[in-house]
Design a protein around this ligand. Structure first.
Ligand SMILES: O=c1ccn([C@@H]2O[C@H](COP(=O)(O)O)[C@@H](O)[C@H]2O)c(=O)[nH]1
Length: 259
């Protein structure tokens, strides 16, 4: 089964496009030793509402070797039907990318990984022949600085449209790996979305970053797009359970962008 099929099935089964972000912060969680139980609790309480989970490498790397062990332990115990998108945003020459691809797709067996496309198509190549896997390339990120490069014009096209050419090329070449894009909800204007094809989108920026779900309403998209919430579930309204917050966000998303 291709990645897109697995994610589409999950979105249908749960009636949810919510991607639950797993960004553990020891400073807000009573110390590093609390993180493994916290992650287990978040996964246990939210998985029924989750189209996907997205651990961000930065938060695990910040805890040193123990953090990587925690990530590995967590990945080994995730519900198998929920796709895992590892937010790594890697970028390097192709020879080195081979080892990132092996690390994420073979050793950790995640379903998808985020990549920075700045070094060009050849650096995506090592990720493109993996059955059942996907990459999401950064196209229009959710930060204000997305205007610095991504939303600049080169001739009569935006830079993010050149990024989209990577998806098109992989698709035309019939590669085994699915290729989607990261498009931040905060910057998902009509001008942007009208130029984005129906490839799977990973859409961060809901919750703490204030992205507006109305941006996604009525766009006629059919791809298995998933909308991420990290802090809004793990570190907001702590009197509520993680499950309650995940349910809330799944419903909010469905109201504007039905599954
Ligand atoms: O453009 C991007 C790409 C990735 N992210 C990541 O998503 C989550 C968002 O966390 P929140 O707490 O829901 O704001 C985090 O891991 C970011 O590094 C993004 O925000 N924007």
């Amino acid at each position: 089964m291709r990645y897109g099929e697995k994610l589409s099935k999950r979105i249908k089964d749960t009636n949810s496009r919510l991607c639950v972000g797993l960004d553990p912060r020891p400073d807000l969680s009573g110390g590093m030793e609390k993180i493994p139980d916290l992650l287990k609790q978040v996964v246990d309480e939210t998985w029924e509402y989750a189209a996907a989970f997205k651990p961000n490498m930065a938060y695990f790397e910040a805890m040193g070797l123990r953090g990587l062990e925690m990530l590995e332990e967590m990945l080994g115990n995730m519900p198998k039907e929920v796709p895992i998108i590892l937010d790594a945003k890697r970028s390097d020459i192709g020879e080195t990318q081979k080892y990132y691809a092996k690390s994420y797709f073979e050793n950790w067996n995640v379903d998808a990984v985020t990549l920075n496309p700045f070094l060009g198509y050849d650096t995506m190549e090592p990720f493109l022949d993996w059955e059942g896997k996907a990459i999401y390339v950064l196209a229009v990120t959710s930060n204000p600085g997305s205007a610095d490069f991504q939303r600049q014009m080169v001739g009569d096209r935006y830079v993010f449209e050149l990024v989209q050419d990577i998806c098109r090329r992989a698709h035309e070449e019939g590669r085994k790996t699915d290729v989607g894009m990261v498009v931040g909800l905060t910057n998902a204007s009509d001008d942007v979305l009208s130029r984005i094809d129906d490839y799977p989108l990973l859409i961060p920026g809901l919750g703490a970053q204030g992205g507006d779900l109305e941006n996604m309403a009525g766009k006629g998209r059919t791809a298995p797009d998933t909308i991420n919430v990290s802090r809004g579930i793990m570190y907001k309204d702590m009197e509520k359970s993680f499950g309650e917050k995940a349910k809330f966000w799944a419903e909010q998303i469905a109201a504007s962008y039905p599954a």
